[in-house]
Design a protein around this ligand. Structure first.
Ligand code: NAP
Length: 319
C-alpha cells in the first residue's frame, strides 16, 4: 500500500498501468488488490474497509457484489473500460454508488483489432509466419487463403466500436449489415432484426455488442450454421457472447471456416482443442491494450475520481 496525507482510500483491482498507479497514489491511499493472496482477499477488504471510498476496475475484473458488500463507505466505481458487464450495476444502484466508464477513448484500437483479426484469420497469417520461420517454405508453397476485400460483413451491435469497424470494412469494399435491438435511422447499412438472417447473408460476422443477459451466447449453433462452412466469426466484445463449445465443434468439424478471437468465454483459460485449431487466431483480450490508450484511460479514470471527490459533475457516468 502507498499512502499520502489524503485519507481517501482507492482500491485498484488490477495493475493496469504504472502511470495509473503513480497518478492514483499521488492523490489517494492506494490499495493494490492483486498483491493480496486470493485466499486472504476478504480479510484484506475488511482491514481497509474504513478507508476505501472508490474502486478502480476494468473489463476483465469488475466490482462484483462481494467487493461492493465488503466496502460500506464505497461511493464510486470507476471503470477503466467501456464494458460494464463485470460490475454489479444493480447493487451499485441499490447503494447509490456512482459508476463511471471510459467509452470512446478505446474505440479506434478495438476496431483496428477487429480488422486485424479478420485479415489474420482469412489470410492465415499466424500459420504463414510459422511456415517461414520453420523453413517449411523451402519444401512447399504456403496454402491458398481467403480474400477479405469485398466480403459481406455482418456486425452484431452497431454501437461505437461496431460503427468504427463498419467504417474500416467499408474501406475494404465490404458490404455491411448489422443486427441490434433497433434499426439505426441514420445508418446506411442494412438492418437485420434476425441475427440468423444476418449470418445467412454474411461471410464474416463480427461481435461488438454489450454483454447482457440477452446477448449471452447470442452466437449459437444456429448462427454458426447460417454463416456456413466458409464463414468467419470475429469476437472483440466478450467471450460469453459465443457458445464456445459449439464454436470449437463447428471449427473442428469444418462447419465453420475460421474464428478470430480477442476474448474467450472463460479467459484466461484456453481449451486445448481451441489452441490446436489452425483456422483460429487468438489474442489475449488486448483490443484496447496500446500505450496511447492506457494513458488516456488512466487520465479519464483519475479525472472521474477527482470530479467525484470535489463534487463536480461526472463525465461518462452510468449511475
Ligand atoms: P456501445 O457503443 O454501447 O455499443 C453496444 C452495442 O450493443 C449497441 O449498439 C447496442 O445496440 C448493442 N446491443 C445491446 N444489446 C443488444 C442485443 N440484445 N442484441 C444486439 N445488440 C445489442 O459499446 P461499445 O463502446 O461499442 O463497446 C461494445 C463492447 O465492446 C463493450 O460492451 C465491451 O464488452 C467490448 N469491448 C471490448 C474491448 C476489448 O478489449 N476487446 C474493449 C472495449 C470494449 P442496440 O441498443 O441498438 O441494441
Amino acid at each position: 500500500m502507498e499512502t499520502t496525507s489524503n485519507p481517501i482510500g482507492v482500491l485498484l483491482l488490477r495493475p493496469l498501468s504504472p502511470y495509473l498507479q503513480q497518478e492514483l497514489s499521488k492523490r489517494y491511499a492506494l490499495f493494490k488488490f492483486w498483491e493480496s493472496p486470493p485466499n486472504l482477499r476478504r480479510e484484506f477488504l475488511g482491514e481497509h474497509s474504513n478507508s476505501i471510498k472508490a474502486v478502480v476496475c476494468n473489463g476483465v475484473q469488475g466490482a462484483d457484489a462481494e467487493i461492493i458488500d465488503a466496502l460500506p463507505l464505497l461511493e464510486i466505481v470507476a471503470s477503466h473500460s467501456s464494458g460494464l458487464d463485470k460490475i454489479d450495476l444493480d447493487r451499485c444502484r441499490e447503494r447509490g454508488i456512482r459508476v463511471t466508464y471510459t467509452p470512446d477513448a478505446l474505440t479506434d484500437e478495438v476496431a483496428d483489432m477487429a480488422i486485424l483479426l479478420i485479415l489474420a484469420t482469412s489470410r492465415r497469417i499466424c500459420a504463414a509466419d510459422q511456415h517461414v520461420r520453420s523453413a517449411e517454405w523451402k519444401n512447399a508453397d504456403f496454402k491458398l487463403t481467403s480474400k477479405f476485400s469485398g466480403k459481406s460483413v455482418g456486425i452484431i451491435g452497431l454501437g461505437r466500436i461496431g460503427s468504427a469497424i463498419a467504417k474500416r470494412a467499408e474501406a475494404f469494399g465490404c458490404r455491411i449489415g448489422y443486427h441490434s435491438r433497433s434499426l439505426k435511422p441514420n445508418s446506411r447499412y442494412k438492418y437485420y432484426p434476425s441475427l440468423t438472417d444476418l449470418a445467412s447473408d454474411s461471410q464474416i460476422i463480427v461481435v461488438s455488442c454489450a454483454l447482457t443477459r440477452e446477448t449471452h451466447h447470442i452466437v449459437n449453433r444456429g448462427v454458426m450454421d447460417a454463416l456456413g462452412r466458409d464463414g468467419i466469426i470475429i469476437n472483440i466484445a466478450r467471450g460469453s457472447h459465443i457458445d464456445q463449445a459449439e464454436l470449437i465443434s463447428a471449427l473442428a468439424e469444418g462447419r465453420l471456416g475460421g474464428a478470430g478471437l480477442d476474448v474467450l468465454e472463460h479467459e484466461p483459460e484456453v481449451p486445448d482443442l481451441l489452441a490446436q485449431l489452425d483456422n483460429v487466431v487468438l489474442s489475449p483480450h488486448a483490443g484496447a491494450s496500446t500505450y496511447e490508450t492506457r494513458k488516456t484511460l488512466a487520465d479519464l479514470v483519475v479525472g472521474h475520481l477527482e470530479a467525484h471527490f470535489s463534487n463536480k459533475p461526472l463525465l461518462n457516468a452510468v449511475i
